[in-house]
Design a protein around this ligand. Structure first.
Ligand code: AMP
Ligand code: MG
Length: 483
C-alpha cells in the first residue's frame, strides 16, 4: 500500500529561527504497538498504508515520507515557576500538517524520535510505558469530549532507553491542532525578537482564531479557550500534573501527558506527580495556574499590544481579568449540569459547595458520586449513599437538591446526567496494570481492553471493575514525568 500523505508544512515555511530543520533518528526494529483507526480516518489517512512496512517505518522515524519537511520547534517555558529560555522539541519532530476531514490542519509529530539541538543532554527518546500512557489518557480525554492532542500510533523502537533502569523505547505519533505553546511566544519575547512574535501571532490567528485580530485578539481568545479547558478538566477530576508554560497550548487543547492522572476520592489538594513536591499543580490549584500561565503569554505579547508600555500593560490586565468570568461561567454551568440542572440560579453555588464538602468529608469517589446522582434524581439514592457511608453530610443536602430539581422540571434529566457524568475514567490502578502488561510482558490485551472501555465513558462498562477505584484507594500513588 503506497504511503501518500498530503503534507502542508506551513510551520516549516516560517522564518528559520523558529525551528531547526532535521529528520528523526532511525530506530533498530520498528514494530507497531497500536494504531488509531478512527483517528486515521478522521485525518483522511489510509490505515492500511500506515500499518504497511513503509507506514510503520514513517511512524518510527525511519522513513521521511515524500512531501514531509521535518523540523523541531523552538520554545521556552516556565517550569515550576522558573523561566528556562531554551527548551524546544528535545525529543520530538514535526513531520508536517495534514488537513483533516473537518477541513482543519493537524500537526503530525513524532515524540521520542531522537535527539535535536534542544535535547540538552537528553537522549531524545521515550519509553513504552509513558508513550502508551499518553496514548490511553489522551484518547480517554477525547472520548470525554475534552479538547486534547491525540495519539495516532505507538511504535516500539526495539532499542533500550536508560531511565532509572533500562526499558524499551517507543515513538508516539501525536496529533495536535498545532504545537504552539505559551512557551513558543516566550522564546522570542526573551530574545526581544518582536518580528518573530508578530509572525507567530499572525500564524496562530490564521490557524486557530480566524475571527480575532492582533495580539490583543489572540490573547483574549486564548484566555477564553484555556479558561474553558481547565474547567473541563476540573469537572472530570483530571490533574494535568505539569502545567508549565511550555505545556500550555495556544489552541486550547490539553497537551503533554506526563504525570497526569485522575482523582479518585475527592480532595482539592490531590497531587500525584512525584516531582510536584509543593503541590503547585494540585487539582484545586489548576485554574490559578492556567491564569498565571496566561499572564506569561500576555507579558510575551506586550511589545505587540502598544508602543506605550503602560498602555500595553493595562490592556493586558484588562484581558487577563476576563479569565475569572470565563472560568466561573464554564465551571458553574458545568457543575450544575452534573447536578442535573440546565440553569444557574442564586443559591446554586452553595448547593454545589455543600456537595463537594460532603464528598471531602466522606472521601467519596468524585466520579461515582456524580454518576450516582442520576439514579438519586429518579428516587434511588442507594448507590449514592454508599459513597457517603459514615457521614451524615448527605442527609441535609439531598432534600435541598431535590427541591432545587423540582424548581426546574426537565423531562430527560436522568439521561442528560448520564451523558454528563462519566461512568468510567482512566482509573490509576487499571492504567498501571495495562502499562505494566504492555511494557514488561509485551501483552497489549489489558491496554486494548481498557482503551475500548474508555472510548465510551458514558456507557456502564460490561465489566463493572472498570468503573471502580482501587479497593485500597492506592494511598501514596505517584506518577512520573516519564522523560
Ligand atoms: P516535558 O517535561 O515533556 O514538557 O519536557 C520538557 C523539556 O524537556 C522539553 O524541551 C523536552 O523536549 C525536553 N525533554 C524531555 N524528555 C527528553 C528526552 N528524553 N531527551 C531530550 N529532551 C527531552
Ligand atoms: Mg512539554
Amino acid at each position: 500500500m503506497a504511503l501518500s500523505i498530503p503534507f502542508a508544512n506551513t510551520y516549516a515555511h516560517l522564518p528559520e529561527r523558529l525551528f531547526a530543520r532535521l529528520a528523526p533518528t532511525p530506530v533498530s526494529a520498528p514494530r507497531l504497538l497500536q494504531l488509531n483507526l478512527p483517528l486515521a480516518e478522521a485525518l483522511g489517512l489510509d490505515p492500511a498504508a500506515l500499518a504497511s512496512l513503509d507506514g510503520v517505518a514513517m511512524l518510527a522515524g525511519n522513513l521521511v515520507p515524500p512531501g514531509a519537511d521535518p523540523i523541531a520547534q523552538a520554545y521556552a517555558g516556565h517550569q515550576f515557576g522558573h523561566f528556562n529560555p531554551q527548551l524546544g522539541d528535545g525529543r520530538a519532530i514535526l513531520l508536517g500538517e495534514v488537513i483533516a476531514h473537518d477541513g482543519q490542519p493537524r500537526d503530525l509529530q513524532l515524540k521520542g524520535s531522537g535527539p535535536t539541538p534542544w535535547s540538552r543532554g537528553g537522549d531524545g527518546r521515550a519509553a513504552i510505558g509513558p508513550v502508551l500512557r499518553e496514548y490511553l489518557i489522551s484518547e480517554a480525554m477525547h472520548a470525554l469530549g475534552i479538547p486534547t492532542t491525540r495519539s495516532l500510533a505507538a511504535v516500539a523502537s526495539g532499542d533500550e532507553v536508560f531511565r532509572e533502569v533500562p526499558v524499551w523505547g517507543a515513538v508516539l505519533t501525536r496529533v495536535a491542532s498545532s504545537h504552539l505553546r505559551v512557551g513558543t511566544f516566550q522564546y522570542f519575547a526573551a530574545r526581544r525578537d518582536t518580528e518573530a512574535l508578530a509572525t507567530l501571532v499572525d500564524y496562530a490567528l490564521a490557524r486557530h482564531y480566524p475571527g480575532a485580530e492582533g495580539a490583543a485578539g489572540l490573547l483574549a481568545a486564548v484566555v477564553a479557550r484555556q479558561a474553558a479547558l481547565v474547567a473541563r478538566w476540573m469537572l472530570v477530576g483530571f490533574i494535568h500534573g505539569v502545567m508549565n508554560t511550555d505545556n500550555c497550548a495556544i489552541s486550547g487543547e490539553t497537551i503533554d501527558y506526563g504525570p497526569c492522572a485522575f482523582m479518585d476520592a475527592y480532595d482539592p489538594n490531590t497531587v500525584f506527580s512525584s516531582i510536584d513536591r509543593a503541590g503547585r499543580y494540585r487539582y484545586g490549584h489548576q485554574p490559578r495556574i492556567v491564569q498565571w500561565n496566561l499572564a506569561r503569554l500576555a507579558e510575551a505579547l506586550l511589545p505587540l499590544l502598544s508602543d506605550d508600555e503602560d498602555q500595553a500593560v493595562s490592556q493586558a490586565q484588562d484581558i487577563l481579568a476576563g479569565f475569572a468570568d470565563h472560568f466561573q461561567a464554564a465551571w458553574r454551568t458545568g457543575l450544575n449540569a452534573k447536578l442535573g440542572l440546565h440553569t444557574v440560579r442564586d443559591g446554586d453555588e452553595a448547593l454545589v459547595q455543600e456537595f463537594l464538602q460532603a464528598m471531602t468529608e466522606a472521601k467519596a469517589d468524585f466520579t461515582l458520586s456524580f454518576r450516582h446522582l442520576a439514579a438519586a434524581a429518579g428516587g434511588d439514592a442507594t448507590a449514592l449513599r454508599d459513597q457517603f457511608l459514615g457521614t451524615a453530610a448527605l442527609d441535609a443536602w439531598l432534600p435541598r437538591w431535590h427541591a432545587r430539581l423540582a424548581a426546574e422540571p426537565m423531562p430527560e434529566r436522568q439521561q442528560a446526567m448520564l451523558h454528563t457524568n462519566p461512568a468510567v475514567i482512566p482509573r490509576n490502578h487499571l492504567v498501571e496494570e495495562a502499562l505494566a502488561a504492555a511494557a514488561e510482558r509485551d501483552d497489549l490485551k489489558p491496554f486494548e481492553a481498557l482503551l475500548a472501555v474508555l472510548r465510551s465513558p458514558f456507557a456502564p462498562p460490561a465489566d463493572p471493575r472498570y468503573a471502580l477505584p482501587a479497593a485500597d484507594g492506592m494511598p501514596g500513588y505517584q506518577t512520573f514525568c516519564g522523560t
